[in-house]
Design a protein around this ligand. Structure first.
Ligand SMILES: Nc1nc2c(ncn2[C@@H]2O[C@H](COP(=O)(O)OP(=O)(O)OP(=O)(O)O)[C@@H](O)[C@H]2O)c(=O)[nH]1
Ligand SMILES: [Mg+2]
Length: 227
């Protein structure tokens, strides 16, 4: 279910769209959200949906392990040289917001090794409702919550829910089992976000990640037009 059928909000592209040599760099899209909400599953589904039409790569952030990267490698969603893990060794939000150097290095290394790239997806380590990416690291961010986390999450707000460029409410297939009211989640999300888009999805369902993939395509088109 896609709540916002209008065109995605005009992207606020702030960072330089070029590399030092003048070539256009990949658009960098961050995915954050609470532990277990479905960030890696969404990244995997996006890779499958987009890999035949775009040149893309992934950076994962885990606190102590390379678990998420290893999942993506096992699932073979992309060739291994297109998947990089950053071990944050601290609160996940530190590496995506305060000291972004390891992530920037990972992104630049990927562009050097397998570029030119159209798209780099960066997954944050699972955190709470306050985690956001630095605008120096990503050009757009997606916040992933899930219905099993409680249908009051959109109402609780926090910068991810209220200001992310796209809010994804994942695992809608679980709503009947956990007693979550999807209509209420949708209304609360709309109230918290105004014009910013919201997608309700189930990766177990037929449509899967299609709406998010369309949103990524639109962001990339806007990015390419500006670069
Ligand atoms: N039923 C259902 N399960 C899902 C869906 N999306 C993801 N999952 C499952 O939810 C679990 C957690 O998904 P992940 O993608 O690992 O979540 P994550 O946000 O990356 O987790 P962390 O990186 O540990 O914070 C996995 O078992 C997924 O298979 C969905 O739409 N429906
Ligand atoms: Mg993950």
């Amino acid at each position: 279910m896609h709540l916002d059928h209008s065109h995605p909000a005009t992207p606020a592209v702030s960072a330089d769209a070029h590399r030092p040599d003048g070539a256009r760099r990949a658009i960098r899209i961050g995915l954050g959200g609470p532990v277990g909400s479905g960030k890696t599953a969404t990244v995997a589904a996006l890779c499958r949906a987009l890999r035949d039409e775009l040149s893309l790569a992934v950076v994962t952030n885990d606190i102590y392990t390379r678990e998420d990267a290893e999942f993506l490698l096992r699932e073979a969603v992309l060739p291994p040289e297109r998947i990089t893990a950053v071990e944050t060794g601290a609160c996940p939000h530190t590496a995506i917001r305060d000291d972004i150097s390891a992530n920037l290095e990972a992104v630049e290394d990927l562009e050097d090794a397998v570029g030119p790239l159209d798209l780099i997806l960066l997954e944050s380590g699972g955190d709470n409702l306050t985690a956001t990416f630095s605008k120096g690291l990503v050009d757009a961010q997606v916040f992933v919550i899930d219905v099993a986390g409680g249908d009051d999450i959109p109402r609780k707000g926090g910068p991810g829910v209220t200001t992310a460029d796209l809010l994804v409410v994942n695992k809608t297939d679980l709503a009947p089992y956990v007693g979550s009211d999807l209509a209420r989640m949708a209304a609360d999300a709309k109230a918290a976000r105004g014009e910013l888009p919201v997608v309700l999805q189930s990766l177990r369902g037929e449509a899967g990640v299609a709406d998010v993939a369309d949103w990524v395509r639109a962001r990339l088109a806007a990015w390419t037009a500006r670069a």
